[in-house]
Design a protein around this ligand. Sequence first.
Ligand code: BES
Ligand code: MN
Ligand code: ZN
Length: 504
Amino acid sequence: MNYTLQTEKLLNTHSDCICLPLFINNKSDSNKANSQVLCSLGQQIDEACENMLSKAIESYSISSEAGKAFMLSVDAQSFSRILLVGFGETEKADSEVLKKAIGALNTQIKDTNIKSLCIAFSDIPETLKAENLIRDAITTIAGNHYNFDQFKSKKAPLSPLTEIVFHTTEDQAPSSEAKISLASAQVKGINTAKDLGNLPGNVCTPSYLAEQAQKLADDSKNFSVKILDEAELETLNMGAFLSVSKGSTEPGKLIILEYKGGKKDEAPHMLVGKGITFDSGGISLKPGASMDEMKYDMCGAASVLGTMTAIAELQPKLNIVSIIASAENMPAGNASKPGDIVTSSSGITIEIMNTDAEGRLVLCDALSYAEQYKPASVVDIATLTGACIVALGHCTSAVMGNNDPLVNELLDAGKQASDKAWQLPIWDDYQEQIDSPFADIQNIGGKGAGSITAACFLSRFTKAYPWAHLDIAGTAWVSGGKDKGATGRPVPLLLQYLLNKEAS
Ligand code: BES
Ligand code: MN
Ligand code: ZN
């Protein structure tokens, strides 16, 4: 897909379809309550086409409600269709309205033969920020074009749409240009995360993830990679990580991907991803229904690789170190059993009460490993708890952490990037739920607040630096049904968070 900017007269735009906003204006003349209004660009086109737009709006009763859109065939020299996109009342237009409008636009262009699209929304209210529009539009439309058909004998037909032109004013042009670069890097990152998530567990193993990290490092400027195998993890005394990986014949890997775009001695920001390439539950075996979806238990790792893919493209002036803790959680004769006690690399002993709470076991050793980098911040990303879906459903990721400014930065980044998250408290009151009668701590917190007690577990290993944890169990993939598949979240949030760090 090609994305370009256009600041010339809209009438001269060569495109199969021009998208124009339509508003409700309650304040217009009193006898025409709720009149539908075109923006100034729309009015220019209307005049040039013998009022065909205003006539159509009236005779077809075209709605300007947010979430509605209407396609018109027009007889103009340089374009053949106009898509009128509802934005509702100008005063009420906010990011949710923008999302609805882009969703409606997206639905209308689906399954058409439109090859090039011109989005002429430069007149939308300032509150919607034209640049946000660009990112949201590119991400949504590209999301619609994503296909995962590498295992199908018959491939999905290629979409005819190959070009999106954004019509902007001269002063919007520089920032719009930057947003296009950001959005296309973000799309690459999201698609990388989706592909890795959707790959089956027999292909996407810990070794496969290591190969992908290696490839990214080989192909990108300022990257290097280190891959630690089980023997090396043994010498680092990572007993918690190994207690998970030992139950599978697929060898576990700790993958460290470094990006150096900042000053030599500048403390890095770190991302740590849970990369369980299949979570059977281990000896605490999961029930069979939907167990296939536990191939998605590496979506934290996928979001890290996706974000790093976008970083490779954007080359921000930052130092970033990513760690992926990757293993398969399987039941075997030598797998860990409930009641087993293991020692993590930090020295903290852990009673494994449930082998299905494996994510925190691989993560805790990775989080201790992070300490040597003296990081400015560490964010871990994990499909950690089913309880997170009970608490927040599938729209919102959970954030917890030991540093409120860091948590707030993540919440803000999520809002900015339309990839929302919400904070859950990890107050000390919850910590006693992971007390063990026989070891320092146990790996489950008993009844209630499952996402919080999982974070409490991680918090025992992250005292040396500002740390936050994203539980993406509900947001990383769409479960079951025809839309089943990885979402690529929270790549937008993570990318925005890191780019905000560069700007500050
Ligand atoms: N990967 C799962 C969490 C999960 C489950 C994510 C379903 C998305 C959908 C994790 O390893 C797990 O099994 N957690 C257990 C923890 C429990 C044993 C304390 C859970 O959530 O049931
Ligand atoms: Mn599990
Ligand atoms: Zn898991």
